[in-house]
Design a protein around this ligand. Structure first.
Ligand code: HSE
Length: 433
C-alpha cells in the first residue's frame, strides 16, 4: 500500500517520525506492506532528512494527489479550501483518504462523504476528534448497535488547558493561552479554540456518527471561553463545580440539540476531573448504559497515533463494505433517527447566575421577586461581603427552560443596576458519568 502525505506541519512531521519509530510493529500488524513514498509541502527543506529513505519530497500537492502509484493520501495541510480540493480530487482518482482536518470535515463532510461513496473509497478521520481517544471507532463500531441518547465532551484541549490553569493556578487568560500555544495544543489560529468553533467542528462529526444526521456545521450553536472571568471560576468552585467548555449532542423532546458552551460541571462528574489539555467524553446508549472515555486532546505525537491507526485499518480492511459510504459514517442513507431540532426545544437546565449588585437594602429582595414571579426556584445561593459599594450575588437555579430564563434577564439586569454585570452559564445535567 503506497501512501502520500500532504503537509509537513507539526502533525505530519510527527506522523512520519512515529511511523519510522514504530515501523517494525506497524508492519507486523499490517496485512500488506505500507510504504510512505511521497510528501508534498510548501517547505520541502523541513522534510529533508526526516522522511523514509527513497521518499519523494516536493512542493506540488496536486502532483501528489494525481500520482497513480498512490493508494492512500493522508491530508494534514490544516487548510480548509486547499484540503477540500485535494481530498475530493484524491477520492475521484480512487484513493483512500485519511485526514485530521476537523474544520474541513465539519464544513464539507457531506460533500466529501458523498464523493467517497461514489468512488467506493474510505475517508478515515480518527485524528480529527480528541486525538488519543478512539471516539470515531467507538461510535462507528463498538457502540454501533446502540440508540445513543447523548454525547457530552470536553473536546478542545487548548480551552481546557486555559480554564484549568485559571482554576488551579490562578493564571490569567492570556498567559495560559500563550503557554497552550507554546506547547503546540492550539490551532494555527487560536481564535478557533477560544471561541468554541474547534469543539463545534468536532461535535458536528460526533453527532453525525452517533445519530446518523447529516454533517451540518451551520446547525451547531457555539460559544467559547473568552468572556469567562476568574470570579465565575472561583464562585463555581465554592459551589462544588468546575467551569468547562462542554460540547453536547443530545436528544431533547423530538429532536437533537448540538452545541458548545462554557458550562458548570458538578465535581461528582468525571468531566470535572478532566484537567490540563486532556479531553473526556461521556456517552449514553440504550444498550451500553454509560461510558466515559478520557485521553490527550491535542499534540502532534498523539494525533500521529490516530492517523497511523487509520492507516493500519486501511491496510487490513476489506473495501467491499465501503461502496455505499455507509462504513465511513456508520449509517446507511436512511438513518432511523431524529432530525436536528429547529429553534430552541424546551430543554430544562439548571443555570448559574451572577449578579453584581449595589450593596443596599432592597436589591436582594428585588432579585428574589423577579425570580419568584418567573417561577424560578433557587437551588444554591452565595453572597460575599461587599467590595466597596458593590456585592456579587450568585444563584444556581433548579431546572428551568432556557426560554423562561431569557425572559427574566432584562428584569434581572434592571435589578442589578446600570452598568452592573449579569453572568449566566448553564449547569450540566446528568450525563451518566
Ligand atoms: N487545537 C486543538 C485542541 C487540537 O486544542 O484541542 C486538537 O484538535
Amino acid at each position: 500500500m503506497k501512501v502520500g502525505i500532504l503537509g509537513f506541519g507539526n502533525v505530519a512531521a510527527a506522523t512520519i517520525e512515529s511511523f519510522l519509530a514504530n515501523q517494525d510493529l506497524i508492519l507486523a500488524k499490517a496485512r500488506v506492506p505500507i510504504e510512505l513514498v511521497r510528501i508534498a509541502t510548501r517547505t520541502p527543506s523541513r522534510a529533508h532528512g526526516r522522511a523514509p529513505v527513497g521518499c519523494q519530497i516536493g512542493n506540488d500537492p496536486h502532483a501528489l494527489v494525481d500520482d497513480p502509484q498512490l493508494d492512500v493520501v493522508i491530508e494534514l495541510t490544516g487548510n480548509v479550501p486547499l484540503g477540500r480540493e485535494l481530498v475530493l480530487r484524491a477520492l475521484e482518482q480512487g484513493k483512500h483518504v485519511i485526514t485530521a482536518n476537523k474544520a474541513l470535515l465539519a464544513r464539507d463532510g457531506a460533500q466529501i462523504m458523498a464523493c467517497a461513496a461514489r468512488a467506493g473509497r474510505r475517508v478515515l478521520f480518527e485524528g480529527a476528534v480528541a486525538v488519543s481517544i478512539p471516539i470515531i471507532k467507538t461510535l462507528r463500531e463498538a457502540a454501533a448497535a446502540n440508540r445513543i441518547a447523548s454525547v457530552v465532551g470536553i473536546l478542545n484541549g487548548t480551552s481546557n488547558y486555559v480554564l484549568s490553569q485559571m482554576s488551579e493556578h490562578g493564571a490569567d487568560f492570556s498567559t495560559a493561552l500563550a503557554e497552550a500555544q507554546r506547547r503546540g495544543y492550539a490551532e494555527a489560529d487560536p481564535t478557533l479554540d477560544i471561541n468554541g468553533e474547534d469543539a463545534a467542528h468536532k461535535i458536528t462529526l460526533l453527532a453525525s456518527l452517533a445519530f446518523g444526521v447529516p454533517i451540518d456545521f451551520e446547525q451547531v450553536r457555539f460559544k467559547g471561553i473568552s468572556d469567562i472571568e476568574r470570579e465565575d471560576i472561583e464562585f463555581a468552585k465554592r459551589l462544588g463545580h468546575q467551569v468547562k467548555l462542554i460540547a453536547q449532542a443530545k436528544r431533547v423532546g423530538g429532536g437533537l440539540v448540538i452545541g458548545v458552551q462554557p458550562t458548570l460541571v458538578p465535581n461528582r462528574s468525571m468531566l470535572a476531573m478532566v484537567g490540563s489539555s486532556m479531553n473526556g467524553i461521556a456517552l449514553q446508549g440504550d444498550l451500553l448504559g454509560s461510558a466515559f472515555l478520557y485521553g490527550s486532546g491535542a499534540g502532534g505525537k498523539e494525533t500521529s497515533s490516530a492517523v497511523l491507526a487509520d492507516l493500519l485499518e486501511l491496510a487490513n480492511g476489506s473495501e467491499s463494505n465501503s461502496a455505499t459510504g455507509a462504513y465511513n459514517m456508520g449509517f446507511r442513507d436512511a438513518a432511523p433517527t431524529d432530525a436536528i431540532a429547529e429553534g430552541r426545544p424546551e430543554s430544562m437546565d439548571a443555570f448559574y447566575i451572577r449578579l453584581r449588585l449595589d450593596d443596599r437594602a432592597g436589591t436582594l429582595a428585588e432579585v428574589s421577586r423577579v425570580l419568584a414571579t418567573a417561577g424560578i426556584s433557587a437551588h444554591s445561593l452565595l453572597q460575599d461581603a461587599a467590595q466597596g459599594s458593590l456585592t456579587d450575588l450568585v444563584v444556581i437555579t433548579h431546572p428551568v427552560s432556557e426560554e423562561r430564563l431569557r425572559h427574566t434577564l432584562p428584569q434581572l439586569r434592571h435589578a442589578a443596576g446600570r452598568d452592573h454585570s449579569v453572568v449566566v452559564l448553564p449547569v450540566l445535567e446528568d450525563c451518566g458519568c
